[in-house]
Design a protein around this ligand. Structure first.
Ligand code: SF4
Length: 348
């Protein structure tokens, strides 16, 4: 049976039925609608003001590739300029190939690209070295916990180096729904309360961050990349199978099979979530070492690096974090500032 006509242009044959609305569209009309929706997200949320210098966190994967491409299309209307910022976590057999995809994109789109490496920023620590260290302490499953914190810091540093005023990341609706589920499963009220917004306004001197694809489903991101013939890297990180996120992803897939709107419902429910005053985490202060926003004596990045440098990575995550903060009270023997010759000193 021939495909029905596109319900938008009525000229071409429909190439897909939109997962969210069921609308039958040709590839060109779908891409136009997708870009219009991202534009609406940016304008309605006042995410990127005219004149903004926007650092796009570029990983070479489908999400950041689609984000960079869409923002490049929208940049003249928004009055913004773009910089690609890629983070080299030092993951052998994975990141080199992904970075090659980012370099091809930068050349094809004529966008400036800056690469910042964990090894340079974090005193020699690469993710592979972190993985070896955490495996030795029986915490090999926590690689993504370390990487997520360090990655955020590295992207901030890269964005500052290029003079960016804003940071955007390619998180899509499925990523956001997984994060909401993970925060519920961990009982992390503080992250739940923060996680629903379209980004962070830039507390404590950090650059404002946003996620323009937050309402775009993963399926539509893939379809957009397909119809725009985008070149992206699609292999999974070698440490991803260990991540807790995989359980949330499996659960979400089952939920979505039973209730197709489950992904967006979760994203919107997080937006509307309000914590009782008694459940709100205390206002964050400044990290005693680097000055970044911190809810304890040390920010997460400094705490993780301290644990690694002491050969005790488990101190920096989970329940052990408490022990580290106690040791980190300035002026006490455990104060990291007094620890003799640490291997790594963060350069941020
Ligand atoms: Fe880092 Fe985990 Fe992502 Fe790999 S999967 S890049 S270790 S956060």
């Amino acid at each position: 049976m021939p495909a029905p006509p596109c319900t938008s242009c009525h000229a071409a044959r429909a190439a897909l039925r939109r997962p969210r609305s069921g609308q039958a569209l040709c590839g060109a009309c779908f891409c136009t609608a997708f870009e219009a929706e991202v534009l609406h997200t940016v304008l309605a949320g006042r995410l990127l003001p005219p004149g903004a210098v926007v650092a796009v966190g570029a990983s070479g994967g489908k999400d950041s590739t689609v984000l960079a491409h869409v923002l490049r299309e929208l940049a003249p209307r928004l009055g913004i300029s773009l910089q690609l910022v890629a983070v080299d976590e030092g993951i052998g057999g994975y990141r080199d190939a992904a970075l090659a995809a980012v370099r091809r994109q930068a050349a094809r789109w004529e966008l400036p690209l800056t690469v910042v490496a964990y090894e340079d920023l974090f005193g020699g620590w690469t993710m592979d070295a972190v993985a070896r260290s955490t495996a030795g302490s029986g915490r090999s499953r926590s690689c993504c916990t370390f990487c997520g914190v360090l990655r955020r810091r590295a992207l901030e540093e890269g964005a500052r180096r290029v003079g960016a005023t804003h940071i955007v990341t390619g998180h899509n609706a499925d990523d956001m729904a997984e994060t909401v589920l993970m925060n519920f499963l961990r009982g992390d009220a503080g992250r739940l309360a923060r996680g629903g917004s379209l980004g962070s306004p830039g507390e404590g001197g950090a650059l404002p961050r946003c996620r323009p694809l937050q309402f775009a489903s993963q399926k539509e991101v893939v379809l957009y990349a397909h119809f725009r013939r985008l070149d992206y890297f699609s292999e999974e990180c070698v440490y991803a199978p260990e991540a807790f996120r995989g359980h949330a992803r499996d659960l979400l897939k089952r939920l979505e099979a039973a209730r197709p709107s489950a992904v967006l419902d979760l994203v919107h429910s997080a937006e509307r979530l309000a914590l009782a005053a008694s459940a709100r985490p205390p206002r964050p202060g400044a990290c005693s070492r680097c000055g970044a926003l911190a809810s304890r004596a040390l920010c997460q990045a400094c705490a993780l690096l301290d644990g690694l440098n002491r050969g005790r990575p488990r101190l920096a995550i989970g329940k052990g974090r408490r022990g580290l903060d106690e040791e980190a009270t300035p002026g006490t023997p455990g104060d990291p500032a007094q620890t003799p010759t640490p291997k790594a000193v963060p350069t941020f």
